[in-house]
Design a binder for this molecule. Sequence first.
Ligand code: PMT
Length: 316
Amino acid sequence: MSTETSEDQADSHWEDFFSEVHAPDNYEESLKKVRALIAEAHETSSRVVLVTSGGTTVPLEQFTVRFVDNFSSGTRGSTSAEFFFEHNYKIIFLYRQKSLQPFLRHVPNALDVIEVDGPCKVKVKCSEMSRLHQLLVQYQSFSKTCLEITYVTLGDYLWLLKGISKELNSLSSRALLYLAAAVSDFYIPKKEMPEHKMQSDKQPAGMVFSLVPKMLRPLASKWAPNAFIISFKLETDRDLLLPKAKAALEKYKHHMVVANLLTSRKSFVMVVECDDIVKEIHNPDASKEIEQMIVEHIILLGLSTFYPCSLVPHLE
Ligand code: PMT
């Protein structure tokens, strides 16, 4: 009797997903920019991190009016990107359109920082000036060396992930993949999806969702086998979190899983590494942003010559 689960079966059909879902409009142009950034990284021996961030949408109609979305705001990804930038990484920030962006996430609401200055004039409040100036300088310096690419749907995200990770593979251990985006496990295949907007005067036909193949499998084995790959594991049930994170590492043979629970993700994560090492990161009073602690842990690991798992390519 076969012990293969429907998840395993879906995983082996990842190519079918790409033959069914078309590439996003920004695909070619984005890859051109990625190649340029990587060429520069080769020249300057820089490290590059791909940070993915935000939620993925799953369209319900081919001409999409409605879609299924998830909660992710992009805090994890955008905050982490700031700390990688602090550590001199070049960053490819692949984020859900309109979710949070590094540095820009700190920009306050315009109406809170301006004041009336005469009949037809407004000015930035004096007390806000230095904070805004500092932010602008940081963002300008970030955007000079980093590349921001947007996606909206699950299909856009996976196409861009595949294309970018294949390019990054040439950097070997100087490439880091940090997959903080919230990626849907379900989608509606095109043949099951109505073409036009579903009409309210008809009872909707039952939605048929299919499992999305876990792209960590081809990512780690085919697209970027030389890069250092960190995935995230999200659960809502505490009892499932660690076993699932360990199982993912075992199954997809990448390098690290950062495990978090929906409700405590800003104050607690578990970092699962090979050889069954689990490091807990606590930030109970939110005195720092927990992403700073996660990134510092990763950087330290890269610097350590004692990283215990001999099978893992060394993170430079
Ligand atoms: O943006 P915030 O509001 O700050 O929230 C941050 C976060 C909770 C979204 C983030 O910390 C996080 O946990 N991201 C991963 C969410 C997720 O997709 O978890 P998962 O358990 O469903 O998937 C695990 C891993 O498999 C993910 O790294 C994902 O990239 C990968 N995956 C998922 C689906 C799929 N078809 N193929 C995949 O490879």
